[in-house]
Design a protein around this ligand. Structure first.
Ligand code: HDE
Length: 736
């Protein structure tokens, strides 16, 4: 039985030990299943007719007393709630987290991170940031990666992103950032895109955005799948151990499938052909039992080392390079169950970085401090009640006792007269928990200072890590960043804004600035040395920081240098028509499926296609319902008749050209080589059609008629593991 079928409807007992199914059991009591039931009104009265309203005569007006009509219509009228002001579009999944061992005991008393026998239920919501609820999944944007851990000690939320830094350093700039990046206030254009004047105007005047801009222009901002992206807590948090000792910690999720991305052309096309691309991918994978897995790792810094870096640990525009503080893997999260109801779960889940459990605490990072206010505030706008914590998806799996009794939509029925503390009439209950009974005690950090509206000078370096990021990229990654900047700034009308931004890019890396300038019709400003004032002025404190530990390059930030080579869950299209070679198809398809790939037969029409030996296969997708952008690799089985038909199909030729353009692995044999030659692909060296050889040229695998099918399949899969063959971008032009 698949894990997600384990929908045990047992009665929920909040006092029992939490395991991976506890949240599922709790939700069970809220689920409704209409199977074999009569329709009722909200009051439970059975309905006997719901197709006509109650009227005075069949052609007369509707009568007020029609309680069924009024109730039904009122529900529709009130069905929507305000969408999230940012991260409006998201997709959720249930799962669990399990530590590998108890190695974190030294650092934190949070049990869910230290007990290898515990499987803590989680709910994760992935999201885009800028677009509204119905916007496309594949836009260039940061992705949210928010995890709610339903621990025995209360809910812990790790509300992170797929990029480890942020645009701004102080929360007070967040409303400005959001206004600048969201659609323009006069015409609400463009949707879900930073590519417009206001965002780049803001960014070019705020060098603190530089490091984040590099990440956002990189392929990280167009993930191939929510399952194939990393997550980051961004801020420095604190771990507190049993003895009360505090250490700084950064939290990271690593996808166990590796971080992979779309190409920009592909992302834009998917936005039209399947704007639910990431949502569908996540849903389908979980339904098939390909459960997404993420490893949680930490970087731990002793308090006494706080000032040993060339950046401030409290500055959210900086990473701690892994080369300075390596990641320690601590456990794994598995997402194994889709939500039952999008609204009740994915829409109503309410995250808050201030949902902490004993053993984890916050720091004075000024961005984090502002978030601690904003998340509750925004939930009040979404739910119009402070009781949103009682919603099934938000309620903890441990008992909740307090005197927060009333308010809109209160669910809990608090017993007795006593709803205040201290009390003697209620026996002093609910009681305060001393620290040894797991009462949450805030870390007793010593703070003092003048009340000032200011930023620490230790936050002043806005270039070094942006440069480090650029230096750490491989050549193809650098080219993609330049192309992304050409697109983004290319959409900016104001020449001054383009110039100013190019000036910033030039300061980050001269060759980067020059290459961007070339594509956006401006010169690198000759006297660009940003008029550094206020926060952007170099001063003694920031010079002191420069003496701290730093690296000029951090290979760990490059996706290309760290990709995980696997075929698992890759989507492979098989293009064929009547007359294909069935033996070869069966063998290659089996090898792919054994390696964990998902295989789809694509043909002109749906239905059955006949092989040259008379056997039939079922078509999964017709050309009109699919496209090469929805696959990671392409295989065209041999078979003279099938190939002859494909050579005359514009859609098939386009499929091949486009897959090639997007640097995907393409495999074919025998007559299939003629088809590749007929397509727009140029400059590839193919195997000799009549030989036994198999050839791989930039991810195009071709095999002669007498080649060994196993060898062919092996070479095909080895090429798929590379994900993309970037060197093609250099060598060839493709008309697609
Ligand atoms: Fe958020 N952010 N944010 N954010 N954020 C919200 O809260 C905010 C920031 C993140 O799937 C809102 O419930 C401020 C960083 C995620 O439901 C809101 C600041 C990071 C989600 C809000 C930031 C995030 C949100 C909107 C700067 C990565 C989606 C709806 C001070 C560490 C959660 C909501 C979900 C959502 C405020 C910056 C991650 C308005 C003020 C940095 C993943 O409260």
């Amino acid at each position: 039985m698949k894990e997600n079928e384990n929908k045990d409807e047992k009665q929920f007992d909040p006092s029992r030990k939490v395991d991976q199914n506890t949240k599922n059991h709790q939700l069970a009591s809220f689920r409704e299943d209409p199977k074999d039931q009569y329709m009722t009104t909200d009051q439970g009265v059975r309905v006997n007719h719901t197709d006509d309203s109650l009227k005075a005569g069949s052609r007369g007006p509707t009568i007020m007393e029609d309680f069924h009509f009024r109730e039904k219509m009122t529900h529709l009228d009130h069905e929507s709630i305000p969408e999230r002001v940012v991260h409006a579009r998201g997709s959720g999944a249930h799962g669990y987290f399990q530590p590998y061992n108890d190695s974190m005991k030294e650092y934190t008393k949070a049990k869910f991170l230290t007990d290898p026998n515990s499987k803590t239920p989680v709910f994760v919501r992935f999201s885009t940031v800028v677009g509204s609820r119905g916007s496309a999944d594949t836009v260039r944007d940061v992705r949210g990666f928010a995890t709610k851990f339903y621990t025995e000690e209360g809910n812990y939320d790790l509300v992170g992103n797929n990029i480890p830094v942020f645009f701004i350093q102080d929360a007070i700039k967040f409303p400005d950032l959001v206004h600048a990046i969201k659609p323009d206030p006069d015409n609400e254009i463009p949707q879900a895109s930073a590519a417009h004047d206001t965002f780049w105007d803001f960014a070019s005047l705020m060098p603190e955005t530089n490091h984040m801009l590099m990440w956002v222009l990189s392929d990280r901002a167009i993930p191939r799948s929510f399952r194939m992206m990393d997550g980051f807590g961004v801020h420095t948090f604190r771990f507190i151990n049993e003895a009360g000792k505090s250490r700084f910690v950064k939290l990271h999720w690593r996808s166990l499938l590796g971080a992979h991305s779309l190409m920009w052309d592909e992302a834009q096309k998917l936005g039209g052909k399947d704007s639910d691309w990431l949502r569908r991918d996540l849903w389908d994978a979980i339904e098939k039992g390909d459960y997404p897995e993420f490893e949680l790792s930490v970087q731990i810094v002793e308090e006494e080392d706080e000032f040993k870096f060339d950046f401030d640990l409290l500055d959210p525009t900086k990473i701690i390079p892994e080369e300075l503080v390596p990641l320690q893997p601590i456990g794994k999260m598995v997402l194994n169950r889709n939500p039952d109801n999008f609204f009740a779960e994915t829409e109503q889940v309410a995250f808050h970085p201030g949902n902490l459990v004993p053993g984890i605490d916050v720091t004075n990072d000024p961005l984090l401090q502002g978030r601690l206010f904003s998340y509750i505030d925004t939930q009040l706008n979404r739910f119009h009640s402070s009781n949103f914590g009682e919603l099934p998806i938000n309620r903890p799996v441990c008992p909740v006792h307090n005197q927060q009794g009333a308010g809109f939509m209160r669910q809990t029925i608090n017993k007795g007269k006593v709803n205040y503390w201290p009390n003697s009439l209620g026996g002093g209950c609910p009681m305060m928990a001393p620290e040894n009974m797991n009462g949450y005690v805030h870390h007793m950090e010593m703070v003092e200072g003048h009340k000032v509206r200011a930023r620490s000078a230790s936050f002043n370096d806005h270039y070094s890590q942006a440069t480090m990021f650029w230096n750490s990229m491989t050549e193809p990654e650098k080219k993609h960043i330049i192309a992304a900047a050409h697109f983004e700034l290319g959409k900016v009308q104001s020449k001054e804004v383009r110039e100013c931004m190019v000036g910033q890019f030039h300061k980050i890396a001269p060759e980067f600035g020059k290459s961007v300038a070339e594509g956006v019709g401006v010169e690198v400003p000759t006297n660009f040395e940003q008029e550094l004032t206020g926060n952007y002025k170099d001063n003694e404190a920031s010079k002191m920081m420069k003496k701290g530990k730093s690296v000029k390059e951090s290979p760990s930030v490059s996706m290309e240098r760290n990709k995980i080579e696997t075929v698992k869950t890759r989507q492979v299209a098989i293009l064929l028509e009547d007359g294909f070679d069935c033996n070869e198809l069966v063998q290659v398809r089996q090898a792919l499926m054994d390696a964990g790939a998902q295989v789809k037969i694509v043909s002109k029409f749906l239905g059955m296609r006949k092989a040259s030996n008379g056997e039939e296969v079922k078509v999964d997708k017709s050309h009109i319902t699919t496209a090469s952008i929805m696959y990671d690799a392409l295989y065209i089985p041999d078979g003279k008749a099938s190939i002859e038909i494909l050579m005359k199909e514009g859609d098939a030729l386009h499929f091949i050209n486009e897959a090639f353009k997007h640097c995907k692995t393409i495999a074919t044999s025998g007559d299939g080589i003629r088809l590749l030659e007929k397509s727009g692909i140029v400059g590839v060296r193919y195997a000799d059609k009549t030989s036994q050889s198999v050839k791989d040229d930039t991810g195009v695998i071709t095999a002669g008629n007498d080649a060994d099918a196993d060898e062919f399949a092996e070479m095909f899969m080895a090429a798929i593991k590379k994900h993309r063959h970037w060197n093609r971008e250099e060598r060839m032009m493709v008309p697609a």
